[in-house]
Design a protein. Structure first.
Length: 182
């Protein structure tokens, strides 16, 4: 399998609709297989709408959404929120990696690596001391990926998908000197 040409760009308000369409496809990948279609649909309809993405993108002092493109196709995205704390994370300056998704067809092709590298550089530019995220406790592929990037489990929390309370791990990664290198 050949590696696609990967480009990363910052999303704009005009990308709200494509972020919604991508989220419809990739959000279920991070959930357990037994999550009901109704709960998935309810979560997407309430939390991942074009209007929600538009509002996030309008808050460009605090929110960064990066789009990963392979050639001309949208392959994934990541959402970083500055000044977003979690009591389980022990650092004074925190940001949350709220979403990190890559289309299944692009798994293992360098998209996630390139996207994470760019995210870490942005966090370093903002002088963030720690980056944290929440990942479903049974999403072993994602957990292994985050561990390779230096994240460690520091706690748990409940993440509501529709009406289904799901157990997530809270993972934290401290900033390092090499994070600012792109």
């Amino acid at each position: 399998m050949t590696q696609p040409e990967i480009s990363i760009r910052r999303a704009t308000v005009a990308d709200a609709e494509i972020l919604f369409r991508l989220s419809e496809r990739v959000f279920p990948l991070g959930c357990p297989a037994n999550t009901s279609p109704q709960d998935l649909a309810r979560h997407i309809a309430n939390e991942l709408t074009p209007q929600r993405f538009r509002a996030l993108l309008e808050d460009d002092d605090r929110v960064v959404i990066l789009l990963a493109e392979a050639r001309t196709e949208l392959a994934g995205y990541a959402l970083l929120v500055h000044d977003c704390t979690n009591v389980q994370v022990q650092a004074s300056a925190q940001c949350e990696l709220r979403r990190f998704y890559v289309e299944a067809d692009y798994h293992g092709r360098g998209i996630a690596h390139t996207l994470m590298k760019e995210l870490l550089a942005i966090a370093a530019d903002q002088r963030e001391r720690a980056l944290w995220l929440s990942v479903h406790s049974e999403n072993h592929r994602a957990i292994a990926f985050y561990k390779r990037w230096g994240f460690r489990i520091v706690g748990t929390q409940i993440f509501l998908v529709g009406s289904d309370p799901q157990k997530d791990f809270v993972m934290q990664r401290e900033a390092t000197a090499k994070d600012g290198i792109r």
